[in-house]
Design a protein around this ligand. Structure first.
Ligand code: MG
Length: 273
């Protein structure tokens, strides 16, 4: 295709050379130009993961590690055996308080199953003591979809039913964004939850309509930015292990100037409008 004559470059070769040159200049200038956000980010803190993903990373608040219930109010009324906590008399309420957080919790429904519907392996994790993600034996129980395991009670069913059979361990890994309230008590932004049940996404940034009562519609009522977690006593001996929580804080980047394009060859900086 490309050839030179004895007399010099043909038109074809000349055109090709110009085109290649232009492309080279364009690639060089694209590489010379770099976008910078103008935000100074603190370096992410090192966190040592647990030896297994079920175990707490180095920055987690451990609420139950199989030894005792000292992290909970009313923990003395639940049974601890074989490294597991069994639902006893009354709900338990964490002594620590949390706002935006990541929660890991493992639970096992009674085997053989006892009871039916909402009476079959029922407990529940209440974020901020107010918003329930249902814990239920949804492998055995036939109940209403927005009351089964992984549901935000009476607001949404889980995307799918990812239950393991009774007696086996289920995991919830939850990302919780707390609601924001204005000073006058009005809602600025709703709570949101993402939940993974046994490795399967069951709630994808679901925005809650309010709290999760049995007897009336959901509603928001202004509350503190940090509140305890609670776990429900619904009269069924559901078992728990490996409960830990990580506080989630904004990264706290600081804008030091508008975003800009820097030409790394000439040093010229142009603000991005
Ligand atoms: Mg429940």
């Amino acid at each position: 295709m490309i050839r030179a004559t004895q007399a010099g470059w043909t038109k074809q070769v000349g055109f090709q050379a110009i085109l290649s040159g232009l492309m080279a200049i364009s690639a060089a200038s694209a590489q010379a130009e770099e976008y910078l956000s103008g935000i100074e980010w603190p370096k992410p803190v090192m966190v040592t993961p647990g030896a297994e993903n079920s175990l707490p990373p180095s920055d987690a608040v451990v609420l139950f590690d199989g030894k005792d219930m000292s992290a909970w109010q009313n923990g003395e009324n639940w049974l601890v055996e074989n490294g597991e906590a069994v639902v006893g008399k009354g709900q338990i309420v964490s002594k620590a308080k949390f706002g935006d957080c990541q929660v890991h919790i493992e639970w096992s429904a009674p085997n053989p199953p006892q009871g039916e519907g909402q009476g079959c392996g029922n407990s529940g994790l209440f974020l901020m003591g107010t918003y329930e993600i249902q814990i239920l034996d949804s492998y055995s129980s036939k109940t209403y979809p927005d009351g089964q395991a992984g549901a935000i009670y009476k607001q949404t069913p889980p995307l799918v039913n990812a239950m393991r059979p009774p007696g086996e361990w289920n995991t919830y890994d939850i990302i919780w964004t707390r609601p924001r309230f204005a000073a006058d008590g009005s809602l600025e932004s709703p709570a949101a939850i993402t939940a993974i049940h046994n490795g399967v996404l069951v709630l994808n940034h679901f925005e809650l309509l309010g709290d999760t009562p049995y007897h009336r519609p959901a509603a928001y009522k202004k509350h503190a930015d940090r509140l305890p977690l609670s776990i429900q006593d619904h009269g069924n001996p559901v078992r728990f292990r490996n409960i830990w929580v990580r506080d989630l804080k904004p990264r706290g980047g600081k804008r030091v100037r508008p975003a800009f394009i820097r030409n790394n060859q000439t040093g010229k900086e142009t603000d991005v409008k």
